[in-house]
Design a protein around this ligand. Structure first.
Ligand code: AMP
Length: 147
């Protein structure tokens, strides 16, 4: 059933919110995708697929909803001490790769726990912000790209 959903249809479920949270920022709102189970499921399948053979033990995801009003400032990421452990193979997941700062910080946190970062998978990459360069030594996948 979800096979019928095309990548184009996933692009169509991303809403642009201009000038949010600051003038000049085009916010990529994934809410329409979250409200469409078939497209959301397909997006998750496609995000996970490149890591199907990677023996991932933990998925770490960055909860950023609470950051909405703090965007483009500085903030801290926190994780429970027992969330990942020594030797765990971890896949880091986030909705948007922008400058890569958030992903880099998440990886640092995971590695500080002695775990191994297998890679990163994003729904959206804002390629013009060059986040991939910041993560150049990592395995990075993204489903939707904006130039
Ligand atoms: P960065 O650390 O610059 O790669 O920013 C990535 C984080 O900020 C992700 O967790 C996103 O949720 C959020 N983010 C940054 N830019 C946008 C954008 N234009 N639209 C939606 N979310 C964004």
């Amino acid at each position: 059933m979800t096979q019928a959903v095309t990548v184009q249809e996933i692009y169509q479920a991303i809403r642009d919110v201009p000038d949010f949270p600051k003038p000049g920022i085009m916010f990529k709102d994934i809410t329409p995708l979250l409200l469409d189970p078939a497209r959301f499921r397909r997006a998750l399948e496609l995000m996970a697929a490149p890591f199907g053979g990677s023996k991932v033990r933990r998925v770490v995801s960055i909860e950023s909803r609470g950051f909405l009003l703090l965007e483009y400032g500085t903030d801290a990421l926190e994780m429970h001490r027992d969330a990942v452990g020594s030797g765990d193979r971890v896949l880091i997941v986030d909705d948007v790769l922008a400058t890569g700062g958030t992903a880099e910080a998440a990886a640092k946190l995971v590695r500080a726990h002695g775990a191994e970062v297998v890679g990163f998978t994003f729904l959206i990459a804002l390629d013009f912000l060059k986040g991939r360069e910041r993560l150049r030594n990592e395995c990075v996948e993204a489903l939707l790209h904006y130039a």
